[in-house]
Write a new protein. Sequence first.
Length: 131
Amino acid sequence: MQEHAVIEARETPLQRQSRLDREKKAASFCFPGKRGPLCFQWKLVDGFRVRTPVTRKEVEDVWSSVPTVHKRFNSFANVWDINPEFDPSVDEELFSDEDSEDERDCYPSAASGTDSTLPASDASTRPISSS
């Protein structure tokens, strides 16, 4: 996206590293938790997809009921978008919690004092990038 190219060109090295770290965490598709990125679900309303915020209370239920191919991360905005139009060949109605991938919380609470170790990313992850 052109706007991402402008942001990237103006990033400081620290901002760039922070964004790249967010991309690395997102590549594992782990549960955003209470401290992680915001989530939006694109709901069908009167024939149009409407970007609707997912509350922190709802995010765990929504996250576990949606296949990873319907999730996209924007590291520039630090948000997840959940939309079945990302891959219409996968029916959410046929998806079950047992089919979901690792749902670790990559953003542990401050009380835990620990950070999850993340697996290496693979070709199946599709964060939104500036290219």
